[in-house]
Design a protein. Structure first.
Lengths: 113, 113
């Protein structure tokens, strides 16, 4: 089975721009979660989607949004980028059918200049 | 919400010795406790997990113990090898509620050859 795939691997943007990150979970996994990882704040939960519906959301501003498609692929969008949005953005899928174990991709490293 | 504290933040051990990383959690409703290993340039990799109805779990050189009363759990790595060098994260979650892993701040483990 292929693992969780995230694209692009690296991204450089400037303040005020917007960005879209993509994630494809392991085949058959219906849940996708997004996390932000920074040296200062560690791993912070952004949101989780299950069967195209957002079922949980972390404490991030509305500039951070996401969606999930019928094939379980997910996208995360950040609008009006700020310097503090520079981070590693990780996507993860949950094991089926127990929805217990979380499997991460390698992440997208976003740098905002 | 859940809060997970992890100690130590850095740990250096001689190759062949044991390493222990400790975490405490605040939400008594949490019932699932995974450990992740993150190598440079990669996403976190699940290495072992434990449910609250189990006190100890072992997988080759890795073991996890859980004390529900004291709300703490630990990762034990025996016979350490250079490839064990990485950052380790503990996490806690209440399965069956709003699935959301809360992570500790990480431990950078260095194995000295």
């Amino acid at each position: 089975k292929a693992g969780v795939t995230q694209t692009p691997r690296y991204l450089i943007k400037t303040r005020g721009q917007q960005v879209t990150l993509s994630c494809s979970p392991i085949s058959g996994h219906r849940s996708v979660s997004w996390y932000q990882q920074t040296p200062g704040q560690g791993l912070q939960f952004l949101f989780e989607y299950f069967s195209e519906t957002q079922r949980n959301k972390g404490n991030f501003p509305g500039r951070f949004s996401g969606r999930q498609f019928s094939n379980s692929r997910s996208e995360m969008n950040v609008s009006t980028l700020e310097l503090g949005d520079s981070a590693l953005y990780l996507c993860a899928g949950r094991s089926e059918p127990t929805n217990e174990k979380l499997f991460f991709g390698s992440g997208t490293q976003l740098s905002v200049l | 919400g859940e809060n997970v504290e992890q100690h130590p933040s850095t740990l250096s051990v001689q190759e062949g010795d044991s390493a222990v990383i400790k975490c405490t959690y605040s939400d008594s409703a949490s019932n699932y406790f995974p450990w992740y290993k993150q190598e440079l340039g990669k996403g976190p990799q699940l290495i072992i997990d434990i449910r609250s109805n189990v006190g100890e779990k072992k997988d080759q050189r890795i073991a996890v113990t859980l004390n529900k009363t004291a709300k703490h759990f630990s990762l034990h790595i025996t016979e350490t090898q250079p490839e064990d060098s990485a950052v380790y994260f503990c996490a806690a979650e209440r399965l069956g509620g709003n699935e959301k892993l809360t992570f500790g701040t990480g431990t950078r483990l260095t194995i000295i050859p």
